[in-house]
Design a protein around this ligand. Sequence first.
Ligand SMILES: Cc1cc2nc3c(=O)[nH]c(=O)nc-3n(C[C@H](O)[C@H](O)[C@H](O)COP(=O)(O)O)c2cc1C
Length: 204
Amino acid sequence: METLLHIDTSPRIAGSVSRQLTASFVARWRGEHPGGRVIVRDLAATVLPHVSEALIGAYYTPADQRSAEQGATIALSDQLVDEVLAADVIVIGAPMHNFGVTSSLKAWVDHVARVGRTFKYTELGPVGLVNGKRAVVVIARGGIFSEGPYQAFDFQTPYIKGVLGFIGITDVELVLAEGLSLSEEGANQAIARCEDLITASAGK
Ligand SMILES: Cc1cc2nc3c(=O)[nH]c(=O)nc-3n(C[C@H](O)[C@H](O)[C@H](O)COP(=O)(O)O)c2cc1C
């Protein structure tokens, strides 16, 4: 069964542009895949804990040697990894916060980039284990970073592409809604352009 993992990371619920656009993607994807399954991971609804010493200990303890306490500590991370592995397509809503990703998306990465589960070390360096998937990342930003004087401050898109590539997801499409705080007209135009991109992307 075709499976879509829908991840929202905006702390805003009403008025969130990234949530509006990921919801559009999901609606269109459902239309294209009537028998498909959608897994919802809302990082505002379930706030992920920061990585702790106990969690790192559990990460680096083989599954069959973990204590019951370590098993409980790692359970949420395992569930997040399982969601990624179950998906054929992953749509991520990614607002820019202070030139980078939201802290919730960073936390998700810290729970999902797992040695032995989503990447492994080899003599040639780390190799991603999450292969054959497509990711669509909806970027929402108040300012403009794709060109102009603030281009060098875009720590968001290189990071997202970098970490997804690190775990093996190299088919990554970015849907960019930027300049949202500059003018209402510009924001509406950017959102309309994204809706068109999403319609095309959800049909792939
Ligand atoms: C804490 C915070 C930090 C932000 N930092 C930036 C920023 O560095 N650059 C930018 O262009 N917009 C920034 N914004 C504006 C958001 O990117 C913009 O409102 C976007 O629409 C957020 O996505 P959302 O509508 O899905 O919540 C920030 C907003 C918040 C709340």
